[in-house]
Design a protein around this ligand. Structure first.
Ligand code: HEM
Length: 404
């Protein structure tokens, strides 16, 4: 076992956020469990090899309970800055451990059924067509702004039952909450989001089940029901998890194809390859690629390194998905490859609840784009593209393209 006092602390600067792959590739080779300081000032242990990440995702000793966050942020943050989560919005299943997690996931699974998702298919096709109509005839568009962003947010809002006219407000609060900002602004956005969601929930209580939020409000399991705080947090999780990630999957997928024209041509020629290609996009440049976090509740061994109690562990999904021991020639996009076991949707008890919806949206989006445009190319140099700064989601700021 490696003595952790011998592991040097590495500084991850903003350049890491622009190109995590080369940093992760070096760490997999040289120091697969490495102590780091992130651009936000947070200290964490980053785990980069496939086997270690997969095992850690399934390790019940690594925890997520939101009630410990304030204390853990205080202990592990180099700079004095408030944590990026607001207490009113974090009491959801992705931030809980068993038995709370089992209880919450059971209640939500009852409402978020495959049938409910499948019922959205026609509507997703319709929204896709409308967005494509909006881009048609324009010489150059930002594919993120015009397509990848509005599609999933419209879908998740409709699925939940949020009126379309509230979308702009919600979008602006989410931007503040996710990208941070002045503490007062973040606080205000969190308060506004909470107040809004409470009002929406109150309305659903008086109605029949109908949409997803109605189903969540009325969901019961063994006499158990979601509390008001749990409901607010859950809707917030669904809204955020349900769109940021899918935006990234669509935009990164298109970019991966534009950078690999021969793969693009193959996919256009044989649409039956689209589901497999989506799995490869998820492996190659998946949305939660930077990492997902846990903390140690007690000293825990990962990949031969003993990590002390009460420290953050960053499970680098993108790195695991590009580990050559698991996926041969990992830095090559290959839409026909066997991607089984990729970790883009996680693994174990927190495995993504929205995976079927994300896959369906992406399939409709790529088919729609190919049907409408015979030719898509990057407008500008690939090197000028920027990734949004964030240590969880890897997402393009913009993707300017031209159609022909
Ligand atoms: C959890 C990825 C889309 C809802 C997760 C996790 C990952 C993930 C990696 C596990 C995180 C962890 O273990 O710490 C993705 C990706 C998506 C996507 C890559 C799109 C391409 C969605 C959508 C929804 C959704 C569309 C819902 C509408 C959730 C929920 C959880 C979750 C509720 C928490 C599950 C739990 O804690 O048991 N997602 N997600 N996701 N995702 Fe997704």
């Amino acid at each position: 076992m490696v003595d952790n006092t011998m592991v040097p602390t590495e500084q991850f600067g903003p350049e890491f956020l622009q190109d995590p792959h080369s940093v992760y590739s070096r760490l997999r080779r040289e120091c697969p469990v490495q102590r780091v300081v992130l651009p936000a000032g947070l200290q964490a242990w980053v785990v980069t090899r496939y086997e270690d990440v997969r095992a850690a995702l399934a390790n019940p000793g690594l925890r997520k309970d939101f009630r410990r966050y304030p204390d853990l942020f205080a202990r592990n943050t180099m700079r004095n800055r408030p944590g990026f989560v607001h207490p009113a919005l974090v009491a959801h299943m992705l931030n809980t451990d068993p038995p709370d997690h089992i209880r919450l996931r059971k209640l939500v699974t009852k409402a978020f059924t495959l049938r409910r998702i499948e019922q959205m298919r026609g509507r997703i096709e319709q929204i896709t067509t409308e967005l494509l109509d909006g881009m048609d005839g324009k010489g150059e568009v930002d594919l993120v702004e015009a397509f990848a962003f509005p599609l999933p947010i419209t879908v998740i809002c409709e699925l939940i039952g949020m009126p379309a006219e509230d979308l702009d407000d919600f979008r602006s609060w989410c931007n503040t909450l996710i990208s941070g900002g002045e503490p007062d602004e973040v606080q205000q956005a969190a308060d506004d989001t909470k107040a809004y969601l409470l009002k929406l929930i109150a309305r659903k209580r008086d109605q029949a089940v109908g949409d997803l939020l109605g189903a969540l409000v009325h969901a019961r399991e063994d006499g158990d029901q979601l509390t008001e705080t749990e409901l607010v947090s859950m809707v917030f999780l669904l809204l955020v998890a349900g769109h940021e990630t899918t935006v990234s999957l669509i935009a990164s997928g298109v970019l991966s194809l534009l950078k690999n024209p021969e793969q693009f041509a193959t996919l256009r020629a044989d649409r039956s390859l689209i589901p497999g290609a989506i799995e490869e996009f998820l492996r190659y440049e998946g949305p939660l690629n930077m990492a997902t976090f846990r903390y140690t509740n007690e000293p825990t061994e990962i990949g031969g390194v003993l990590i002390p109690a009460d420290e953050f562990v960053m499970l680098a999904l993108t790195s695991a998905n590009r580990d050559g021991d698991q996926f041969p020639e990992p830095d090559k996009l290959d839409i026909r490859r066997d991607t089984a076991g990729h970790l883009a949707f996680g693994h174990g008890m927190h495995y993504c609840l929205g995976a079927p919806l994300a896959r369906m949206e992406a399939e409709i989006a790529f088919n729609g784009l190919f049907d409408r445009f015979d030719h898509i190319q990057l407008a500008g140099a690939a090197e000028s593209l920027r990734w949004r700064e964030g240590v969880v989601i890897r997402s393009l700021e913009a993707l300017p393209v031209q159609f022909g």
